[in-house]
Design a protein around this ligand. Structure first.
Ligand SMILES: [Zn+2]
Length: 379
């Protein structure tokens, strides 16, 4: 897993890091050129070209070989993913003004001494050690975020502290906008946090300032850059608060349950609806990611349930009700008379589906239906 720390590079170190990033960026773009011109690059081929180029170009030799090789490795990985992972595009050109610096070093490329991160070519950067590293890191990624802050993210091994006490039973999670996550047990709901809504006025003020200072010419003033940074800082703060709260919630859910059934929900359609702003703020994606990560880390069983029919099915008898409109908040079953809050019912359906070892509600209906003609009386 990764442990991330803030870096405080001095002026010289920052310049060195940016120069290193410039060289790596050039290599990345060169690799894209290789791919586009039809010579199918492999990592071995690219490494050979890198060695040749380092022989010829003194400015490239000034950089660290480890960082440059890792950059090409990263390129090959994203090229592979563009063929194998659905929806992933080909690696794109990294433009100077649009891409954020990110450098990767393996064990032979970095060291830690006197509390400083030592990188090749005599670059040392002070690290803010906010917590102990659990073990010796095997690699590090040095990167800068959109606010201009530098971070080092170490890859370390960590033992599971204690075999976490087994939780009891399972929990079903249904995602929504008014309540971000509705659990089958009301004690484990995640309410809508609304961190972005709370700082909306402040954010609007920063954005107005940006608009006022915006120039139609190509270069922007320092005042504009300052206002832009302020707006970005607010957005980031809201994002961090949401992530923190989701993480705390996910830990609590995972600690208490053995089986975690999650609605496999992609919030794409919500972002296109009239609830777009609120759904973005609800940050379902963040909560879902945190929950799955915490659960797999604790060794719990995670089942992803297809969202189709979860709201229309009765959690008691698995009968299909008529389609519910969005404003109808209460579910009523016509066959058994069961009635519950719409989202709670959906969460229970999700849990019941997972407990039967299925991943879609339709499967359960198909298998649970008694075979035709064997004493079935229509009611
Ligand atoms: Zn029913």
């Amino acid at each position: 897993m990764r442990y991330t720390y803030r870096l405080r590079p001095g002026r010289a170190a920052e310049a060195a890091l940016l120069a290193e990033w410039g060289r790596c960026r050039w290599l990345w773009n060169e690799a894209i050129h290789q791919q586009k011109s039809g010579s199918k690059p492999t990592f071995a081929k690219l490494s050979r070209l890198l060695t040749e180029a380092r022989g010829k170009l003194p400015w490239l030799r000034e950089g660290s070989q480890v960082a440059q090789q890792q950059c090409l490795r990263g390129y090959m990985q994203s090229l592979d993913h563009s063929f194998t992972v659905k929806g992933r595009g080909r690696p794109r050109i990294k433009a100077r003004k649009k891409s954020l610096p990110s450098l990767e070093y393996t064990t032979r490329g970095f060291g830690i001494s006197d509390g400083r991160l030592r990188l090749p070519k005599g670059v040392t950067v002070p690290v803010v050690w906010s917590r102990e590293l659990p073990s010796a890191p095997t690699s590090v990624r040095v990167y800068r975020d959109c606010l201009g802050h530098w971070y080092a993210s170490f890859v370390v091994r960590r033992d599971i502290h204690q075999p976490s006490p087994r939780g009891e039973g399972g929990v079903g999670i249904d995602w929504g906008v008014t309540t971000t996550a509705t659990a089958s047990d009301p004690a484990f709901d995640l309410p809508y946090l609304g961190h972005r809504k709370r700082c909306a006025a402040e954010l609007a003020r920063a954005q107005r300032k940006m608009a006022r200072r915006h120039r139609k010419t190509t270069t922007q003033s320092r005042g504009y850059a300052y206002a832009k940074r302020q707006a970005a800082r607010l957005a980031k703060k809201a994002m961090r608060q949401t992530r923190h709260d989701s993480r705390v919630w996910a830990k609590r859910v995972v600690a208490a349950h053995d089986l975690i059934a999650v609605e496999d929900f992609t919030p794409v359609f919500l972002s296109k609806s009239t609830m777009a702003r609120k759904s973005a703020d609800a940050a379902i994606g963040t909560a879902k990611r945190e929950l799955i990560e915490q659960a797999t880390r604790a060794g719990r069983k995670v089942v992803m349930i297809r969202p189709a029919y979860t709201t229309m099915t009765c959690s008691q008898c698995f009968a299909r009700a008529k389609r519910l409109e969005l404003h109808e908040r209460v579910f009523r079953c016509d066959s058994c008379g069961f009635s519950d809050c719409r989202d709670r019912n959906a969460a229970r359906v999700i849990l019941a589906t997972a407990e039967r070892g299925r991943t879609s509600v339709e499967d359960v209906r198909q298998t649970d239906r008694p075979p035709s003609g064997v004493g079935v009386v229509a009611v």
